[in-house]
Design a protein around this ligand. Structure first.
Ligand SMILES: [Zn+2]
Length: 280
């Protein structure tokens, strides 16, 4: 792997991550000697349940990066929601948000209630449509169900994000036809994840975004430039690995890193709206 530095200082955009996570924040705090981190302009911080939403609302970046906020109910968090979750979510989103996320469908998690997942997901697609915000979608082993929900749901042709995309190239094209953008991290660097690298290559250049999903989806150790562990030694995805993802994605696609970074920046603003663009 060749890493030729970051393409544009201060111009890297993390389309999906979880900076409020207490385990991540504690690990980063221990890692302070490595600050300041390179080159990140904006991080989109995604909540997964009401407890996260209140953490995100008051969050300040330890890096001095700009944070943009997304609130949603993740498919792993659909049980035990408070009665008024939908009202709480709508008011968080109206305060300050660039996306409804992280929401989605997951047929890998056990145990699961697929009908409840679908109900909560579809209600959030409607909220996204009502508020004019792009949804950020997690999907694992539920591509058929996702396509069904998108076909019968509200019009999302202004854009939505299929984050950490792990589906086939065929599904990628079907989602792109409906308005999808796709974000990828350094995670597919594992030699066994060829299908994910194929999707990175197949992604239309005007729909491509970059993410970390920190602290989750840790790339293979050999690809990591910013190793990070929690207090029990478990590996975490460091937010600074965003620069690694940019470099690897350019390499996999055979594109000039600088040109790709410019394109990703344009895509980021097109999806998340002018409100995230200080120059707009
Ligand atoms: Zn996530």
């Amino acid at each position: 792997m060749s890493i030729s530095g970051s393409p544009r200082a201060g111009r890297l955009f993390d389309a999906h991550m979880h900076l409020y996570d207490p385990v991540l924040l504690a690990a980063l705090d221990r890692d302070r000697q490595k600050l300041p981190l390179p080159d990140i302009a904006i991080q989109v911080v995604n909540g997964t349940r009401p407890d996260d939403w209140s953490r995100i609302a008051t969050l300040v970046s330890p890096y001095g990066t700009r944070l943009f906020k997304a609130y949603g109910v993740h498919p792993w968090r659909v049980n035990d929601l408070p009665e008024d979750w939908e009202n709480q979510l709508r008011s968080r989103l109206r305060e300050d948000a660039c996306s409804v996320g992280e929401i989605g469908l997951d047929n890998w998690i056990e145990p699961r209630d697929e009908r409840l997942q679908m109900d909560i997901f579809e209600r959030q697609l409607q909220i996204a449509h009502d508020l004019g915000l792009p949804p950020t979608i997690h999907c694992v082993r539920a591509w058929g169900l996702l396509m069904d929900a998108l076909h019968r749901g509200p019009d999302l042709s202004d854009g939505f994000l299929a984050h950490g995309f792990g589906g086939s190239v065929e599904i990628l094209h079907q989602l792109a036809d409906l308005g999808a953008y796709f974000s990828f991290s350094a995670y597919p660097a594992d030699p066994g994840r060829k299908k994910m690298r194929d999707a990175v290559r197949a992604c239309p250049v005007d729909r491509l975004l970059v993410e970390t999903d920190a602290p989750d989806m840790v790339p293979p150790e050999s690809a990591c430039r910013f190793p990070l562990r929690d207090s029990e030694g478990k590996r975490l995805h460091h937010p600074a690995e965003l620069a690694t993802a940019y470099a690897l994605i350019a390499e996999w696609r055979g594109e000039d890193p600088q040109t790709l970074a410019d394109q990703v920046e344009a895509n980021f603003y097109r999806l998340f709206g002018s409100k995230t663009n200080p120059g707009a």
